[in-house]
Write a protein that binds this ligand. Structure first.
Ligand SMILES: [Zn+2]
Length: 98
């Protein structure tokens, strides 16, 4: 008989969505930091940042929806008390040069 590993209990869809949203967040953050470090400004930069934020928001939304509908995830995540990471959305870097 094969041994059951704990890894098997982690939903692979969830993992994929989590990675996607994390990648989106990192890309958005890194760009925001570059923008403020180099004092970049203008409509193109603003649009670019907005696009990166949208990519992240979409990925995060998918992750959230998945967590609500996936039984495996509800079982796995339900075991830990997790605070919803909404704070990420409340404090986006809005101190960009006007
Ligand atoms: Zn799942």
């Amino acid at each position: 008989m094969d041994e059951l590993t704990l890894d098997a209990a982690i939903c692979s869809d969830y993992e994929r969505l989590l990675k996607e949203s994390q990648r989106g967040l990192v890309a958005w953050r890194e760009r925001s930091e570059e923008v403020s470090r180099f004092g970049l400004q203008g409509k193109i930069i603003g649009d670019e940042l907005q696009k990166l934020q949208a990519v992240y928001a979409t990925a995060y939304h998918r992750l959230e929806q998945h967590g609500k509908t996936c039984l495996l995830c509800q079982f796995t995540i339900g075991l830990e008390e997790v605070d919803p990471p909404t704070s990420v959305f409340i404090s986006p870097r809005r101190e960009l040069p006007a």
